[in-house]
Design a protein around this ligand. Sequence first.
Ligand SMILES: [Zn+2]
Ligand SMILES: [Zn+2]
Length: 161
Amino acid sequence: MFTENELKEIASTFLKENYEISLKIPVIRNNRLRSTLGRYVINNKGEPLRIELSGTLLTYGAKETIIGVLNHECIHYAFHKQGKPMHDGNPLFERALAKHKAPSTKTLKVGKFYTYYCERCKKPGESRLKRLVTHCDDYRTKCCRAKIILTGEKIYNGINS
Ligand SMILES: [Zn+2]
Ligand SMILES: [Zn+2]
């Protein structure tokens, strides 16, 4: 959907307009990033290295979702540059996120999920684990330790969840 150049352009504009900062690091796609949708990476000397967005976000995320996560990472960068508290959860940082309508960390659901229900109590569930589909018999539900009945898949884009 977005190329790395387009992402960098969006980030540069956001930083210039809101923080009067120019973006001096690359914005890259990271297909191995699974624990989070995006991250701001610094080296061990505390210098900015790059902004990464996950392949999952860029493949499945809605346009607004992608830009929201990108702006979130930009705010980390801006706060770092300006010597402000740059960590998730800090009230000042969270206020800046809210001001720019950027999501807090871990609040978005994005990607392909496999849906199922519990054979015994029929409680529905979903999982990102692909192994659930290929090795369904290896798994049991948490509720009843019963068989998992797969029903299909659902795509979340960060807006429809
Ligand atoms: Zn963050
Ligand atoms: Zn159950």
